[in-house]
Design a protein around this ligand. Structure first.
Ligand code: UD1
Ligand code: CA
Length: 460
Protein backbone atom coordinates (compact mmCIF):
# COMPACT_ATOMS: atom_id res chain seq x y z
CA UNK A 1 0.00 0.00 0.00
CA UNK A 2 1.29 3.50 -0.70
CA UNK A 3 2.13 5.98 2.02
CA UNK A 4 1.95 9.78 2.06
CA UNK A 5 3.25 12.10 4.73
CA UNK A 6 2.01 15.49 5.89
CA UNK A 7 4.54 17.57 7.81
CA UNK A 8 2.98 20.28 9.99
CA UNK A 9 5.17 23.37 9.94
CA UNK A 10 2.80 26.33 9.95
CA UNK A 11 2.90 27.25 13.65
CA UNK A 12 4.78 30.24 15.04
CA UNK A 13 6.52 28.72 18.03
CA UNK A 14 6.14 31.79 20.24
CA UNK A 15 8.07 30.21 23.09
CA UNK A 16 11.23 30.27 20.99
CA UNK A 17 11.22 34.09 21.36
CA UNK A 18 12.61 34.39 17.87
CA UNK A 19 12.28 36.25 14.59
CA UNK A 20 12.74 32.87 12.92
CA UNK A 21 9.84 30.41 12.77
CA UNK A 22 10.45 27.45 15.06
CA UNK A 23 10.89 24.80 12.38
CA UNK A 24 13.68 26.84 10.76
CA UNK A 25 15.86 26.60 13.87
CA UNK A 26 18.73 24.18 13.39
CA UNK A 27 20.17 21.14 15.09
CA UNK A 28 23.67 20.14 13.94
CA UNK A 29 23.37 22.53 11.01
CA UNK A 30 20.03 21.24 9.72
CA UNK A 31 16.63 22.95 10.20
CA UNK A 32 14.12 21.06 12.37
CA UNK A 33 11.64 20.63 9.52
CA UNK A 34 14.31 19.05 7.31
CA UNK A 35 15.05 16.38 9.92
CA UNK A 36 11.40 15.31 9.71
CA UNK A 37 11.23 15.54 5.91
CA UNK A 38 14.42 13.51 5.45
CA UNK A 39 13.21 10.82 7.85
CA UNK A 40 9.93 10.59 5.89
CA UNK A 41 11.83 10.26 2.61
CA UNK A 42 14.03 7.59 4.19
CA UNK A 43 10.87 5.77 5.24
CA UNK A 44 9.96 5.64 1.55
CA UNK A 45 6.84 7.82 1.39
CA UNK A 46 5.51 8.33 -2.15
CA UNK A 47 3.84 11.68 -1.47
CA UNK A 48 5.18 14.36 0.83
CA UNK A 49 3.34 17.58 1.66
CA UNK A 50 4.58 20.24 4.06
CA UNK A 51 2.09 22.70 5.53
CA UNK A 52 3.57 26.17 5.93
CA UNK A 53 2.00 29.36 7.20
CA UNK A 54 3.65 31.53 9.80
CA UNK A 55 6.76 33.21 8.31
CA UNK A 56 6.48 30.89 5.36
CA UNK A 57 8.94 32.97 3.31
CA UNK A 58 11.58 31.58 5.68
CA UNK A 59 10.29 28.00 5.67
CA UNK A 60 9.56 27.49 1.97
CA UNK A 61 13.18 27.81 0.79
CA UNK A 62 14.17 25.06 3.23
CA UNK A 63 11.55 22.68 1.87
CA UNK A 64 11.42 23.51 -1.86
CA UNK A 65 12.48 20.67 -4.12
CA UNK A 66 12.10 18.12 -1.32
CA UNK A 67 8.40 18.31 -0.58
CA UNK A 68 5.22 19.73 -2.03
CA UNK A 69 4.12 22.84 -0.17
CA UNK A 70 0.64 23.74 1.00
CA UNK A 71 -0.18 27.05 2.66
CA UNK A 72 -2.39 27.19 5.72
CA UNK A 73 -3.44 30.84 5.60
CA UNK A 74 -4.45 31.12 9.23
CA UNK A 75 -3.22 28.84 12.01
CA UNK A 76 -6.54 27.55 13.30
CA UNK A 77 -5.28 24.29 14.74
CA UNK A 78 -3.73 20.97 13.74
CA UNK A 79 -6.94 19.62 12.14
CA UNK A 80 -7.20 22.71 9.97
CA UNK A 81 -3.54 22.31 9.02
CA UNK A 82 -4.07 18.73 7.79
CA UNK A 83 -7.34 19.71 6.08
CA UNK A 84 -5.43 22.26 4.02
CA UNK A 85 -3.81 19.25 2.29
CA UNK A 86 -7.15 17.81 1.19
CA UNK A 87 -6.77 19.07 -2.35
CA UNK A 88 -3.13 18.03 -2.67
CA UNK A 89 -4.03 14.50 -1.54
CA UNK A 90 -7.47 14.31 -3.20
CA UNK A 91 -6.45 11.41 -5.42
CA UNK A 92 -4.39 9.65 -2.80
CA UNK A 93 -5.58 6.42 -1.26
CA UNK A 94 -3.49 4.63 1.35
CA UNK A 95 -1.70 5.54 4.58
CA UNK A 96 -1.14 9.16 5.58
CA UNK A 97 1.51 9.84 8.18
CA UNK A 98 0.97 13.12 10.03
CA UNK A 99 4.25 14.40 11.41
CA UNK A 100 5.07 17.40 13.59
CA UNK A 101 7.71 19.58 11.97
CA UNK A 102 9.04 20.48 15.41
CA UNK A 103 9.96 16.91 16.47
CA UNK A 104 13.35 16.34 14.77
CA UNK A 105 14.28 13.05 16.43
CA UNK A 106 11.57 10.87 14.91
CA UNK A 107 13.05 8.00 12.86
CA UNK A 108 12.11 6.43 9.54
CA UNK A 109 11.83 3.13 11.40
CA UNK A 110 9.08 4.39 13.69
CA UNK A 111 7.20 5.84 10.73
CA UNK A 112 7.32 2.46 8.99
CA UNK A 113 6.13 0.72 12.18
CA UNK A 114 3.13 3.07 12.35
CA UNK A 115 2.09 2.46 8.74
CA UNK A 116 2.79 -1.30 8.90
CA UNK A 117 0.59 -1.66 11.99
CA UNK A 118 -2.21 0.42 10.50
CA UNK A 119 -2.24 -1.61 7.29
CA UNK A 120 -1.99 -4.97 9.05
CA UNK A 121 -4.93 -4.12 11.32
CA UNK A 122 -6.96 -2.19 8.75
CA UNK A 123 -7.24 0.59 11.34
CA UNK A 124 -8.55 4.09 10.66
CA UNK A 125 -5.65 5.48 12.69
CA UNK A 126 -2.65 4.48 14.78
CA UNK A 127 -1.36 7.12 17.17
CA UNK A 128 2.18 7.01 18.52
CA UNK A 129 2.07 7.34 22.29
CA UNK A 130 4.61 7.93 25.02
CA UNK A 131 4.91 8.17 28.77
CA UNK A 132 7.05 11.24 29.43
CA UNK A 133 8.45 12.02 32.90
CA UNK A 134 6.34 15.16 32.90
CA UNK A 135 3.14 14.82 30.86
CA UNK A 136 2.09 18.45 31.41
CA UNK A 137 1.08 20.16 28.16
CA UNK A 138 0.56 17.00 26.11
CA UNK A 139 -2.73 15.54 24.95
CA UNK A 140 -3.73 12.56 27.14
CA UNK A 141 -4.79 9.21 25.71
CA UNK A 142 -8.17 8.29 27.18
CA UNK A 143 -8.96 4.61 26.83
CA UNK A 144 -12.46 3.14 26.82
CA UNK A 145 -13.70 0.28 28.99
CA UNK A 146 -12.56 -2.14 26.28
CA UNK A 147 -9.01 -0.81 26.73
CA UNK A 148 -9.01 0.73 23.25
CA UNK A 149 -8.22 4.39 22.57
CA UNK A 150 -11.49 6.33 22.94
CA UNK A 151 -10.23 9.88 22.44
CA UNK A 152 -7.45 12.33 23.16
CA UNK A 153 -7.94 15.22 25.57
CA UNK A 154 -5.74 18.30 25.44
CA UNK A 155 -4.17 19.56 28.67
CA UNK A 156 -6.32 22.71 28.65
CA UNK A 157 -9.54 20.70 28.25
CA UNK A 158 -8.72 17.89 30.70
CA UNK A 159 -10.59 17.17 33.91
CA UNK A 160 -8.34 16.45 36.91
CA UNK A 161 -8.85 12.68 36.38
CA UNK A 162 -7.95 12.98 32.70
CA UNK A 163 -4.91 15.14 33.51
CA UNK A 164 -3.71 12.37 35.86
CA UNK A 165 -3.26 10.02 32.88
CA UNK A 166 0.40 9.66 31.96
CA UNK A 167 -0.03 8.06 28.52
CA UNK A 168 0.37 10.94 26.08
CA UNK A 169 -0.09 11.78 22.42
CA UNK A 170 3.28 12.17 20.69
CA UNK A 171 1.72 14.11 17.82
CA UNK A 172 2.64 11.40 15.27
CA UNK A 173 -0.04 9.35 13.56
CA UNK A 174 -0.76 7.14 10.61
CA UNK A 175 -4.26 7.51 9.16
CA UNK A 176 -6.26 5.79 6.47
CA UNK A 177 -6.49 8.64 3.93
CA UNK A 178 -10.22 8.45 3.32
CA UNK A 179 -11.14 8.03 6.99
CA UNK A 180 -8.91 11.02 7.82
CA UNK A 181 -10.45 13.48 5.37
CA UNK A 182 -14.00 12.28 6.05
CA UNK A 183 -13.50 12.84 9.77
CA UNK A 184 -11.70 16.17 9.38
CA UNK A 185 -14.79 17.65 7.79
CA UNK A 186 -16.60 16.95 11.06
CA UNK A 187 -14.09 18.46 13.49
CA UNK A 188 -15.32 21.54 15.37
CA UNK A 189 -13.57 24.12 17.51
CA UNK A 190 -15.67 23.99 20.66
CA UNK A 191 -12.78 23.66 23.11
CA UNK A 192 -10.64 25.67 25.52
CA UNK A 193 -8.40 27.01 22.75
CA UNK A 194 -11.10 27.55 20.11
CA UNK A 195 -8.91 25.54 17.72
CA UNK A 196 -9.61 22.70 15.31
CA UNK A 197 -7.89 19.74 16.97
CA UNK A 198 -6.55 16.90 14.84
CA UNK A 199 -6.87 14.75 17.92
CA UNK A 200 -10.69 14.89 17.61
CA UNK A 201 -10.40 12.73 14.49
CA UNK A 202 -9.71 9.69 16.69
CA UNK A 203 -13.01 9.93 18.55
CA UNK A 204 -14.91 10.58 15.31
CA UNK A 205 -13.38 7.45 13.73
CA UNK A 206 -14.15 5.34 16.76
CA UNK A 207 -17.76 6.58 16.81
CA UNK A 208 -17.99 5.54 13.17
CA UNK A 209 -17.04 2.03 14.24
CA UNK A 210 -13.50 2.13 12.88
CA UNK A 211 -10.43 0.73 14.61
CA UNK A 212 -8.34 3.30 16.51
CA UNK A 213 -5.02 1.97 17.79
CA UNK A 214 -2.06 3.17 19.84
CA UNK A 215 1.60 2.23 19.36
CA UNK A 216 3.91 3.04 22.24
CA UNK A 217 7.17 4.65 21.13
CA UNK A 218 10.09 2.31 21.83
CA UNK A 219 12.29 5.33 22.49
CA UNK A 220 10.41 8.29 23.99
CA UNK A 221 13.20 10.69 22.98
CA UNK A 222 12.04 10.30 19.35
CA UNK A 223 8.91 12.25 20.30
CA UNK A 224 10.70 15.17 21.94
CA UNK A 225 9.00 18.29 20.64
CA UNK A 226 10.96 21.51 20.43
CA UNK A 227 8.94 24.38 21.83
CA UNK A 228 11.71 26.40 23.52
CA UNK A 229 15.44 26.99 23.20
CA UNK A 230 15.96 24.71 26.19
CA UNK A 231 14.24 21.85 24.37
CA UNK A 232 16.21 22.72 21.23
CA UNK A 233 19.44 22.17 23.18
CA UNK A 234 18.09 18.94 24.72
CA UNK A 235 17.20 17.58 21.30
CA UNK A 236 20.62 18.60 19.95
CA UNK A 237 22.42 16.63 22.65
CA UNK A 238 20.33 13.53 21.92
CA UNK A 239 20.90 13.88 18.16
CA UNK A 240 24.63 14.36 18.70
CA UNK A 241 24.87 11.24 20.86
CA UNK A 242 22.77 9.14 18.49
CA UNK A 243 24.89 10.12 15.45
CA UNK A 244 28.23 9.76 17.25
CA UNK A 245 27.34 6.32 18.60
CA UNK A 246 26.43 5.13 15.09
CA UNK A 247 29.79 6.31 13.75
CA UNK A 248 31.72 4.77 16.64
CA UNK A 249 29.89 1.48 16.08
CA UNK A 250 31.04 1.70 12.44
CA UNK A 251 34.71 2.12 13.40
CA UNK A 252 35.30 5.84 14.03
CA UNK A 253 37.38 6.86 17.07
CA UNK A 254 36.46 9.92 19.14
CA UNK A 255 38.61 11.00 22.05
CA UNK A 256 35.56 12.58 23.67
CA UNK A 257 32.26 12.16 21.79
CA UNK A 258 30.69 14.99 23.78
CA UNK A 259 33.08 17.33 22.00
CA UNK A 260 32.40 16.15 18.47
CA UNK A 261 29.42 17.43 16.45
CA UNK A 262 28.53 15.57 13.27
CA UNK A 263 25.62 16.53 11.01
CA UNK A 264 23.09 13.87 10.01
CA UNK A 265 24.20 13.80 6.35
CA UNK A 266 27.94 13.34 6.96
CA UNK A 267 29.63 10.14 5.77
CA UNK A 268 32.72 8.79 7.54
CA UNK A 269 34.76 5.69 6.68
CA UNK A 270 36.31 3.45 9.30
CA UNK A 271 39.52 4.14 11.24
CA UNK A 272 38.94 7.86 11.12
CA UNK A 273 39.98 9.61 14.32
CA UNK A 274 38.16 12.74 15.51
CA UNK A 275 39.80 14.90 18.17
CA UNK A 276 37.95 17.27 20.53
CA UNK A 277 36.09 20.33 19.25
CA UNK A 278 35.56 18.94 15.79
CA UNK A 279 32.47 19.89 13.73
CA UNK A 280 31.62 18.00 10.55
CA UNK A 281 28.56 19.56 8.94
CA UNK A 282 26.44 19.55 5.79
CA UNK A 283 27.39 17.04 3.12
CA UNK A 284 30.91 16.47 4.41
CA UNK A 285 32.59 13.10 3.82
CA UNK A 286 35.78 11.70 5.34
CA UNK A 287 37.90 8.83 4.01
CA UNK A 288 39.61 6.02 5.92
CA UNK A 289 42.56 6.67 8.28
CA UNK A 290 42.12 10.44 8.31
CA UNK A 291 42.66 12.31 11.57
CA UNK A 292 40.71 15.55 12.14
CA UNK A 293 41.02 18.04 14.98
CA UNK A 294 41.33 19.41 17.49
CA UNK A 295 39.37 22.64 16.85
CA UNK A 296 38.25 22.00 13.29
CA UNK A 297 35.06 22.83 11.42
CA UNK A 298 34.39 21.25 8.03
CA UNK A 299 31.22 22.12 6.12
CA UNK A 300 30.25 20.50 2.78
CA UNK A 301 33.85 19.36 2.39
CA UNK A 302 35.14 16.13 0.84
CA UNK A 303 38.16 14.66 2.60
CA UNK A 304 40.11 11.70 1.21
CA UNK A 305 42.01 8.93 2.96
CA UNK A 306 45.01 9.27 5.25
CA UNK A 307 44.73 13.05 5.61
CA UNK A 308 45.84 15.01 8.67
CA UNK A 309 43.63 18.02 9.37
CA UNK A 310 44.59 20.07 12.38
CA UNK A 311 42.79 23.24 13.58
CA UNK A 312 41.25 23.87 10.19
CA UNK A 313 38.12 25.60 8.94
CA UNK A 314 36.99 24.34 5.52
CA UNK A 315 33.86 25.27 3.60
CA UNK A 316 32.94 23.61 0.29
CA UNK A 317 36.50 22.43 -0.14
CA UNK A 318 38.04 19.22 -1.46
CA UNK A 319 40.99 17.59 0.29
CA UNK A 320 42.42 14.58 -1.53
CA UNK A 321 44.21 11.53 -0.09
CA UNK A 322 47.19 12.14 2.20
CA UNK A 323 46.88 15.93 2.06
CA UNK A 324 47.61 17.90 5.24
CA UNK A 325 46.01 21.05 6.62
CA UNK A 326 46.87 23.37 9.47
CA UNK A 327 47.32 24.01 12.25
CA UNK A 328 45.16 27.04 11.49
CA UNK A 329 44.35 26.69 7.82
CA UNK A 330 41.26 28.22 6.20
CA UNK A 331 40.00 26.54 3.05
CA UNK A 332 37.23 28.55 1.39
CA UNK A 333 34.81 27.43 -1.33
CA UNK A 334 36.39 25.60 -4.28
CA UNK A 335 39.75 25.19 -2.56
CA UNK A 336 41.13 21.85 -3.78
CA UNK A 337 44.19 20.22 -2.22
CA UNK A 338 45.28 17.41 -4.53
CA UNK A 339 46.91 14.23 -3.29
CA UNK A 340 49.64 14.84 -0.71
CA UNK A 341 49.37 18.63 -0.94
CA UNK A 342 49.76 20.85 2.10
CA UNK A 343 48.04 23.99 3.38
CA UNK A 344 50.02 24.83 6.49
CA UNK A 345 49.84 27.35 9.32
CA UNK A 346 47.85 30.57 8.88
CA UNK A 347 47.22 29.77 5.25
CA UNK A 348 44.03 30.81 3.44
CA UNK A 349 43.07 29.23 0.14
CA UNK A 350 40.08 30.18 -2.01
CA UNK A 351 38.91 28.82 -5.38
CA UNK A 352 42.32 27.36 -6.14
CA UNK A 353 43.84 24.02 -7.01
CA UNK A 354 47.00 23.08 -5.14
CA UNK A 355 48.54 20.32 -7.29
CA UNK A 356 49.69 16.95 -6.02
CA UNK A 357 52.55 17.21 -3.54
CA UNK A 358 52.58 21.03 -3.69
CA UNK A 359 53.12 22.90 -0.44
CA UNK A 360 51.87 26.20 0.92
CA UNK A 361 53.33 25.82 4.41
CA UNK A 362 53.17 29.20 6.16
CA UNK A 363 51.29 32.51 6.29
CA UNK A 364 49.98 32.72 2.72
CA UNK A 365 46.88 33.70 0.79
CA UNK A 366 46.23 31.82 -2.45
CA UNK A 367 43.12 32.79 -4.43
CA UNK A 368 41.88 32.07 -7.98
CA UNK A 369 45.03 30.06 -8.63
CA UNK A 370 45.81 26.94 -10.60
CA UNK A 371 48.97 25.42 -9.20
CA UNK A 372 50.75 22.42 -10.74
CA UNK A 373 52.50 19.57 -8.93
CA UNK A 374 55.58 19.74 -6.71
CA UNK A 375 55.37 23.51 -6.18
CA UNK A 376 56.81 25.12 -3.06
CA UNK A 377 55.40 28.45 -1.93
CA UNK A 378 57.67 30.33 0.48
CA UNK A 379 56.37 31.75 3.76
CA UNK A 380 54.25 34.87 3.52
CA UNK A 381 53.56 34.69 -0.22
CA UNK A 382 50.34 36.12 -1.57
CA UNK A 383 48.39 36.08 -4.81
CA UNK A 384 47.04 39.58 -5.40
CA UNK A 385 43.89 38.41 -7.17
CA UNK A 386 41.68 41.44 -6.58
CA UNK A 387 42.14 44.99 -7.89
CA UNK A 388 39.17 46.36 -6.00
CA UNK A 389 36.74 45.41 -8.76
CA UNK A 390 37.85 42.30 -10.66
CA UNK A 391 39.20 38.91 -9.64
CA UNK A 392 42.09 37.67 -11.80
CA UNK A 393 43.75 34.28 -12.09
CA UNK A 394 47.26 33.14 -11.26
CA UNK A 395 48.77 30.08 -12.94
CA UNK A 396 51.82 28.39 -11.41
CA UNK A 397 53.44 25.53 -13.36
CA UNK A 398 54.85 22.25 -12.01
CA UNK A 399 57.92 22.36 -9.74
CA UNK A 400 57.98 26.14 -9.39
CA UNK A 401 59.85 27.43 -6.34
CA UNK A 402 58.47 30.70 -4.98
CA UNK A 403 60.76 32.49 -2.50
CA UNK A 404 59.32 33.82 0.73
CA UNK A 405 57.26 37.02 0.85
CA UNK A 406 56.46 37.08 -2.84
CA UNK A 407 53.49 38.98 -4.24
CA UNK A 408 52.05 37.51 -7.44
CA UNK A 409 49.96 40.26 -9.06
CA UNK A 410 47.24 38.59 -11.12
CA UNK A 411 46.61 37.96 -13.91
CA UNK A 412 50.02 36.33 -14.04
CA UNK A 413 51.58 33.04 -15.11
CA UNK A 414 54.74 31.43 -13.79
CA UNK A 415 56.15 28.75 -16.12
CA UNK A 416 57.06 25.27 -14.94
CA UNK A 417 60.36 24.89 -13.11
CA UNK A 418 60.86 28.65 -12.59
CA UNK A 419 62.40 30.07 -9.42
CA UNK A 420 61.19 33.34 -7.88
CA UNK A 421 63.57 35.27 -5.63
CA UNK A 422 62.36 36.06 -2.12
CA UNK A 423 60.58 39.36 -1.60
CA UNK A 424 59.60 39.82 -5.25
CA UNK A 425 56.56 41.53 -6.72
CA UNK A 426 55.79 39.42 -9.81
CA UNK A 427 53.47 41.39 -12.08
CA UNK A 428 54.63 39.96 -15.42
CA UNK A 429 54.60 36.40 -16.69
CA UNK A 430 57.71 34.31 -15.94
CA UNK A 431 59.07 31.80 -18.48
CA UNK A 432 59.59 28.17 -17.63
CA UNK A 433 62.88 27.40 -15.87
CA UNK A 434 63.77 31.10 -15.48
CA UNK A 435 64.84 32.94 -12.35
CA UNK A 436 62.70 36.02 -11.74
CA UNK A 437 63.19 38.50 -8.96
CA UNK A 438 62.44 42.12 -8.20
CA UNK A 439 64.78 43.26 -5.51
CA UNK A 440 66.68 46.55 -5.04
CA UNK A 441 70.50 46.26 -4.69
CA UNK A 442 71.53 45.75 -1.10
CA UNK A 443 73.35 48.78 0.39
CA UNK A 444 75.98 48.39 3.15
CA UNK A 445 77.56 51.21 5.23
CA UNK A 446 80.43 49.81 7.36
CA UNK A 447 80.38 50.83 11.06
CA UNK A 448 77.17 52.85 10.74
CA UNK A 449 75.31 50.99 13.47
CA UNK A 450 78.18 51.30 15.96
CA UNK A 451 78.43 55.07 15.35
CA UNK A 452 74.72 55.45 15.95
CA UNK A 453 74.89 53.58 19.26
CA UNK A 454 77.78 55.83 20.34
CA UNK A 455 75.71 58.96 19.46
CA UNK A 456 72.69 57.69 21.40
CA UNK A 457 74.75 56.97 24.54
CA UNK A 458 76.28 60.48 24.48
CA UNK A 459 72.73 61.95 24.39
CA UNK A 460 72.20 60.14 27.76
C1 UD1 B 1 -0.22 18.67 19.78
C2 UD1 B 1 -1.39 17.72 20.06
C3 UD1 B 1 -1.16 17.09 21.44
C4 UD1 B 1 0.16 16.39 21.46
C5 UD1 B 1 1.29 17.32 21.08
C6 UD1 B 1 2.59 16.55 20.92
C7 UD1 B 1 -3.33 18.71 18.96
C8 UD1 B 1 -4.60 19.43 19.18
N1 UD1 B 1 -2.62 18.45 20.06
O1 UD1 B 1 -0.27 19.72 20.75
O2 UD1 B 1 -2.20 16.18 21.70
O3 UD1 B 1 0.41 15.84 22.76
O4 UD1 B 1 1.00 17.96 19.81
O5 UD1 B 1 3.66 17.41 20.68
O6 UD1 B 1 -3.02 18.35 17.85
N2 UD1 B 1 0.52 23.53 13.46
C9 UD1 B 1 0.16 23.97 12.21
N3 UD1 B 1 -0.98 24.72 12.06
C10 UD1 B 1 -1.78 25.04 13.12
C11 UD1 B 1 -1.40 24.57 14.41
C12 UD1 B 1 -0.26 23.81 14.53
O7 UD1 B 1 0.85 23.72 11.23
O8 UD1 B 1 -2.79 25.70 12.89
C13 UD1 B 1 1.73 22.72 13.59
C14 UD1 B 1 2.77 23.32 14.51
O9 UD1 B 1 3.65 24.13 13.75
C15 UD1 B 1 3.47 22.10 15.06
C16 UD1 B 1 2.38 21.05 15.09
O10 UD1 B 1 1.38 21.49 14.19
O11 UD1 B 1 4.50 21.66 14.21
C17 UD1 B 1 1.78 20.85 16.48
O12 UD1 B 1 1.13 22.03 16.87
P1 UD1 B 1 1.26 22.58 18.36
O13 UD1 B 1 0.51 23.85 18.45
O14 UD1 B 1 2.68 22.59 18.78
O15 UD1 B 1 0.45 21.46 19.14
P2 UD1 B 1 0.58 21.09 20.66
O16 UD1 B 1 -0.17 22.09 21.50
O17 UD1 B 1 1.98 20.85 21.00
CA1 CA C 1 4.11 21.25 20.02
Amino acid sequence: MSTAAVVLAAGAGTRMKSKRPKVAHEILGKPLVNWVIDAALEAGVEELVTVVGHAREQVEPLVEGKSRIVVQAEQRGTADAVLSCAEALADFDGSVLVLSGDCPLITANTMRELSDLREREGAAVVVLTMQPDDPFGYGRIIRGEDGQVARIVEQKDATPEEAAVIECNSGFYCFDARALFDALAKVGSDNAQGEFYLTDVLEICRDAGRKVLALEAADASECLGVNSRIQLAEAAVIAQRRINEAHMAAGVTMWDPAQVWIGPDVRIESDVELLPQTYLLGKTSVGEDTVIGPNSRLTDTQVGRGCRIDETVAVEAQIDDRATCGPRAYLRPAAHLCEGAKAGTHVEIKKSTIGAGSKVPHLSYIGDTTMGEGVNIGAGSITCNYDGKHKSPTVIGDDVFVGSDTLMVAPVEIGAGAVIGAGSVIAKNVSADALALTRPEQVEKPGWAARRREKFSQEG
